[in-house]
Design a protein. Structure first.
Length: 349
């Protein structure tokens, strides 16, 4: 334990943040989490082991200036995870960019004001590194997404601008705290709360036959427990610095569907038609225009391209090892069934 002061976690109700809160409590830390509604709405947080003695929830909205003053007051460590995570929104500026960027500034201003913060761990994303895999390139922490905009992958744009704002803030204001960013790719695994997270929804959609076939797309997967652990390791490790790409194995859709079958989920309507060849990619690019605007854009900028990245820094400097992907996938599917996001398999009813 490196502090007896509460560790502040913004967006504590979120998929990733709830696991951060759980792990911090398990390790004996006091936690102050921010939520948007009355704290009675979060029994899954209030029921965590250690919560009754060491968790307090305070209300804060990213769009309200000064909203995080109380949340970080007297804290030495702040984990800023709150940010809208949605691909399709009506108004990308208002719904994604404003809360992500202005919210980051608001949280950092509150950290500056309280004066005792030593480190801020910022939950960024692979989205701030790239929105378009490049089959010829291995992405690292040195890369920045320069292609997204309000029209092109606006979620990626919001994460890029928010992380840039965080680094610019520490350059501009030279606060007493340092900044670390954790940049995960597709975060999956068990959810502590009832909401269906955008990344677990992608697994659910594959399992309920939403996609017409197996496309040539791939993702880097990371278990939500590992992402939470990475935040805590980044807080506790004195020599941690800069950005950390936080993702385990890369897997394409064909391999993912095969894994789901061998893991015993073959009775779900998994996609069968193989559209992962060149003709399939052309067809899917054409069909992407029938999808919601931002899903279509994501497909067009990702299909037919293979992602490569180097995740050595987080393993070497923070000592993080990744939960095997098969275990995370199985946990995700069981959890989707548990929360009613996915019907049970016929033989399990
Ligand atoms: P969730 O949607 O589960 O959590 C987002 C959190 O942000 C929620 O607590 C939400 O509150 C809060 N939030 C959103 N808008 C506001 C606002 N205006 N004011 C205050 N709080 C707000 O997503 P994740 O847990 O997956 O994401 C957490 C972070 O991780 C985000 O920054 C996301 O970009 C990043 N990330 C996620 C990845 C993933 O695959 N899941 C991958 C890479 C990065 P409420 O519950 O009230 O809606």
């Amino acid at each position: 334990m490196i502090t007896d002061k509460p560790v502040s976690v913004t967006g504590a109700s979120g998929f990733i943040a709830a696991h951060i809160v759980k792990q911090l409590l398990e390790q004996g830390y006091r936690v102050r989490g921010t939520v948007r509604k009355n704290q009675k709405n979060y029994p899954f947080l209030l029921g965590l082991a250690g919560a009754s003695e060491r968790l307090e929830l305070v209300e804060a909205d990213l769009l309200r200036t000064g909203a995080f003053d109380l949340a970080v007051d007297g804290c030495e460590y702040v984990m800023h995870t709150a940010s809208p995570y949605e691909l399709n929104v009506k108004n990308p500026q208002k719904d994604l960019v404003d809360p992500a960027v202005n919210g980051t500034e608001t949280v950092l201003e509150s950290c500056l004001k309280t004066g005792c913060v030593k480190r801020v761990i910022f939950t960024s994303s692979i989205a701030a590194i790239t929105d378009e895999p490049d089959s010829m390139k291995v992405f690292t922490e040195k890369d920045w997404n320069t292609m997204s905009s309000l029209e092109r992958n606006p979620y990626h744009y919001s994460k890029t601008l928010a992380e840039r704002e965080a680094w610019d803030f520490v350059m501009r204001k030279r606060p007493s705290f340092d900044l670390i960013s954790i940049n995960p790719f597709m975060v999956i695994g068990s959810s502590l709360g009832p909401s269906l997270n955008t990344s677990n929804r992608m697994i659910r959609d594959i399992m309920i036959g939403t996609y017409p076939g197996i496309m040539d797309v791939n993702w880097g997967f990371v278990d939500v427990q590992d992402v939470a652990k990475a935040h805590i390791l980044a807080m506790e490790n004195n020599t941690a610095s800069g950005r950390y790409l936080c993702s385990g194995n890369i897997m394409n859709m064909k391999e993912l569907v095969a894994l789901l079958k061998t893991a015993g989920f073959g009775s779900y309507p998994l996609p069968k038609l193989d559209l992962s060849g060149q003709a399939g990619t052309l067809l899917m690019k054409a069909l992407s225009f029938t999808q919601p605007r931002d899903t279509g854009m994501y497909i067009r900028t990702n299909i037919g391209r293979t992602m490569h990245y180097d995740n050595e820094k987080i393993k070497r400097e923070l000592g993080l090892s990744f939960i095997p992907l098969k275990d995370s996938i199985i946990a995700t599917v069981k959890d989707l069934v548990k929360w009613g996001h996915l019907p049970p398999q016929k033989n399990e009813k």
